[in-house]
Ligand binder design. Structure first.
Ligand code: FES
Length: 119
């Protein structure tokens, strides 16, 4: 069920950006987004979204999104678009081109067929 703003009947948030910050043991063969700097990237994204006035977009911490090998993993809904986001420059580009502009950052897209190695 989608949460609706009762006054306007619009969704409460236009978009949700989920940033995986899951941490695994250092010897886990799948690795994890936490070890690739995901916490700092998520915090930077949240700060930048606020600076840009993106009050209708929620930047959320997520647990494991099961695409660990390709992380740091970011997925944006309602579009369901997945990104590998490694740097602050990647964050800036995702916010500018996707969240604000409605486009896609082709160079950072996670391929739909890029399944986790354990599957
Ligand atoms: S640890 Fe980030 S997708 Fe699994």
């Amino acid at each position: 069920m989608t949460h609706q703003n009762t006054e306007t009947d619009a969704p409460y948030y236009r978009q949700h950006v989920f940033v995986c910050t899951n941490q695994r043991p250092a010897d886990d063969p799948r690795g994890c987004c936490h070890a690739k700097g995901a916490v700092a990237l998520r915090n930077y994204m949240k700060d930048r979204a606020k600076e840009l006035g993106l009050a209708d977009t929620r930047i959320n911490i997520a647990g494991c999104l099961d695409r660990c090998e390709f992380g740091p993993t970011v997925v944006i809904y309602p579009e369901g678009v997945w990104y590998t986001c490694r740097t602050k420059e990647d964050v800036d580009e995702i916010l500018a081109r996707h969240v604000v502009g409605g486009g896609r950052v082709e160079r950072l897209l996670m391929s739909p067929g890029a399944a986790a190695a354990h599957k």
